[in-house]
Every structure is written in C-alpha cells, then in structure tokens.
Design a protein around this ligand. Structure first.
Ligand code: ADP
Length: 404
C-alpha cells in the first residue's frame, strides 16, 4: 500500500485528504476553517470516526499541528500509511508548468512569481506548502496546478486579441482552471465509453460554485472557458462569467466604480447571487419552482450560456463523442442538465429524462440512440492530485542499482 497526503490550502482554510493511491480510497479527510480567528472549527473523518471540534489555529502551521494531532488521536496512523508524497493543489502555474512537479525552492519561487495572476489563491497555496513542508520535512512535496492541463491549448485559443506587446509584458493570456478535474473526468469518460482516450472527444462541464467548460481532444485540453482568471466563461454562484469588457469601462465612467468596486461586483456580487439574491443553486431552483421570476430568469441565463458554450465546443472539436457533467451542480442538478441540453437533438444530443432524474452517481443520462453520449461523472480532484503526485515522485526516484 502507498498513500499520498493531499493538501488544498485557502487563505483561511486547510483541507486535506489521505488517499490510498492504488484503490483511490480516502483513508482520512478533514478541514480546518477560519484559520487566524480566535476559534477555528476542525473536522477529521477516518472510516467511521468523525471528530468535530474547535481549535486554536493562528496560522497554517498551527492548523497543521492540529491535523497531525487528529491523526494521532483518531487514526489512521501516518507511520503505517506508507505516505510517499504530499500533493498540493496550486491554482496558478503560469506558462511554466505543464505537469505536476516536485517542489523545491525554485518551484516555490516560480509559484510566488505568478502570484499576481492569482492573488487570492497562490499566496494561500504557498502558506499550505510552507506549513506542510515543516510538518513533513522528510517527504517529497508535489505541486499539482489547476492550469497545467490547459497548457496544450493552441495559441488560437489562448491568445487574446489585444495589443501583443501589452499582453506579453504582463503575461495576459488565457490560462484556464479546474484542469485537474477536467483531466480526471475526461479520462474517466473515455474509460466509461470503452474508447482509447487518444481517440475520444469530450466536452467536460465542471459546474460547482466556480464553473468551467473544457473541450478535450484525445486527452488534450483544446479550449476552456476560464481565462487569465477564474472569472471568465459560465455563470457561477457569485461570479459573472463572461461580460463585455466594455461594461467595466462604462461602470467606471458613469457610476464612478473603482477597480476594487468592480472586482467585488464581478467576483462576489454577480452570477446567481447577483441575479437572485442567493448563490446556492438549490435555493434558486426552489425559488423558480415557487414562481419567483428573477430565479426563473437566472436559470434561463445560466442554461443559455451553457448551451452556447456546448455548441461552440462541438464546433471546436468537430463533433464530440461525449458530454460529461461534474462537480456540485453538474453531478446533482437534473434541471440544470436538462435545461443546458434542451433543444440540442439536432446536434445528436438526446437526454433520457428518467436517467437524468435518478440513478447511480456515475451514469449515462442520454438515450441509447443519442449520437453524443451524455454522462454524469463525479469528479475526484484529490484522487487525481494523489495519482499525479505519486507518479511524479516515482519518476523522480533514482534508478535502483542492480547487483551485477
Ligand atoms: P466548489 O466549486 O466550491 O467546489 P461544489 O462543486 O461543491 O463547489 O458545488 C457547489 C454547488 O453545488 C452549490 O451551488 C450547490 O447548490 C450545488 N449543489 C450541491 N448539491 C446539490 C444538489 N443536490 N442539487 C443541486 N445543486 C447542488
């Protein structure tokens, strides 16, 4: 048995999972929230054991100490788990990283260098890396980047049509995010179709609080809906997705909104929240069912954006073998899936209403006759981070010296 300790650090949170690489099982998982506040809620789940408590975690190092204490008290014993690596989710890898890498000081410097491109995420990820390196000083640490899978985007897809000199000087281009999830789901979808990944074209729709679409051709990302930042593309919980960039200029001029006002407007006060007052899709669906016209309209806008994205990606791929829905909304919301695919029969996409409404988590939801297979494929970002981390560490191991 070998396992990977997966870390996903936010600015005030630390999520972790101990993953058995061979079986993919989570041996333990947990989270410390509100790091830096007086009391930090901490949860640790290991098999049937579930511990919830409040701890004092002034910083990520202190949070890690509580995590190690939770393992010592509730198990599993880390000494017995054959931990081969610590895998870190890192949001922005810039244009340097096209795959997971073992973290050394040079990699830390590179993640720091691109932090201005992801000011909310990379500094937080670095806090997790620093704390975890202190907690596990003898283990290799691996960075798995949200952007890496999208390094295969052709330049026609990643280059914005703005002044080349300005764009290049400031590293302005489409990077794309959720790559770990898109990669996992695209590979799993090919397995489910029984086709080689290299010969499969899939549109992956990762719909959570953050949402993005990805066109995957033969296992390679060739188009995706997020851009320089995770603000572009689809309608999200609190983020606008695409708007005419002229909107920002207009609001600055006529409403006197500052850059920070616009940042808050588009990142925190838009999407479902901005249109309805709640960013949780379940509440929006409920309100729409009760006849709330703002909620009805919000679902129309969300579905229209999804449909036009699916249409565009079918064109980019020259037709697709499959469409895969994943993440909180994609896996759980039958009405959103149905609305996104409504009227696409002419493109060979036929939803089976009964399969869409219920069934096992992972299932085909298109009719048997549908030319494009539509699947619900639960994502497993921690498992993908664990697998990539184990693979990178294995590849970096010096070859064994064989006896002559
Ligand atoms: P994150 O991007 O934060 O990882 P998730 O993938 O967990 O987000 O997705 C969160 C979203 O999933 C929320 O908007 C929530 O409403 C939605 N969601 C979760 N469960 C359901 C459900 N049973 N039906 C509809 N939507 C759901």
């Amino acid at each position: 048995m070998s396992s990977v300790f997966v870390v996903n650090a936010g600015s005030s949170s630390l999520k972790y999972q101990l993953v058995d690489v061979a079986s993919g099982a989570a041996l333990a998982s947990g989270l410390v929230e509100r790091i830096g506040e007086a009391r930090s809620p901490a949860r640790h789940v290991a098999g049937d054991v579930r511990s919830e408590r409040e701890v004092e975690a002034g910083d990520h190092e202190a949070a890690f100490a509580h995590v190690l204490a939770a393992f010592a008290e509730h198990g599993p014993a880390l000494d017995d788990a054959q931990v081969v690596a610590v895998g870190h989710r890192v949001v922005q890898g810039g244009d340097r990283f096209d795959a997971a890498v073992v973290i050394d000081d040079d990699v830390v410097a590179a993640i720091t260098d691109v932090a201005p491109l992801a000011p909310l995420h990379n500094p937080a990820n670095l806090l997790g890396i620093t704390a975890a390196r202190a907690a596990f000083p003898t283990l290799p640490h691996v960075a798995v980047f949200d952007t890496a899978f999208h390094r295969t985007l052709p330049r026609a897809a990643w280059r914005y049509a703005i002044d080349r000199a300005v764009a290049d000087e400031h590293q302005v281009r489409k990077y794309g995010f959720h790559g770990t999830s898109h990669q996992f789901v695209a590979r799993r979808t090919a397995e489910l179709l029984g086709r080689p990944l290299e010969q499969t074209r899939t549109v992956v729709l990762h719909l959570g609080n953050g949402a993005s679409a990805c066109a995957v051709d033969g296992g390679r990302s060739v188009e995706t809906s997020m851009g320089l930042t995770p603000l572009a593309g689809l309608v999200m919980g609190t983020r606008s997705g695409d708007v005419d960039p002229g909107v920002l200029i207009h609001l600055h001029r006529v409403a006197g909104m500052s850059i920070d006002d616009l940042d808050r407007l588009l990142n925190q006060r838009s999407g479902l929240l901005g249109l309805t007052g709640t960013g949780d899709l379940r509440d929006v669906v409920r309100a729409a069912g009760a006849g709330d016209d703002h909620a009805v309209e919000a679902l129309e806008v969300l579905a229209h954006r999804l449909r036009s994205t699916i249409g565009a990606y079918l064109a980019v791929l020259g037709g697709a073998d499959a469409i895969a829905f994943t993440a909180g909304v994609g896996e759980n919301s039958a009405p959103v899936r149905a609305a996104a695919l409504a009227g696409l029969e002419g493109l060979g996409i036929e939803l089976d209403a009964a399969r869409n409404e219920s069934g096992p988590a992972e299932r085909r939801i298109s009719t048997d006759a549908s030319r494009v297979a539509v699947w619900v494929v639960p994502t497993a970002e921690e498992l993908e981070i664990a697998r990539q981390s184990a693979a990178v560490v294995e590849a970096a191991r010096p070859p064994a010296i064989l006896d002559p």
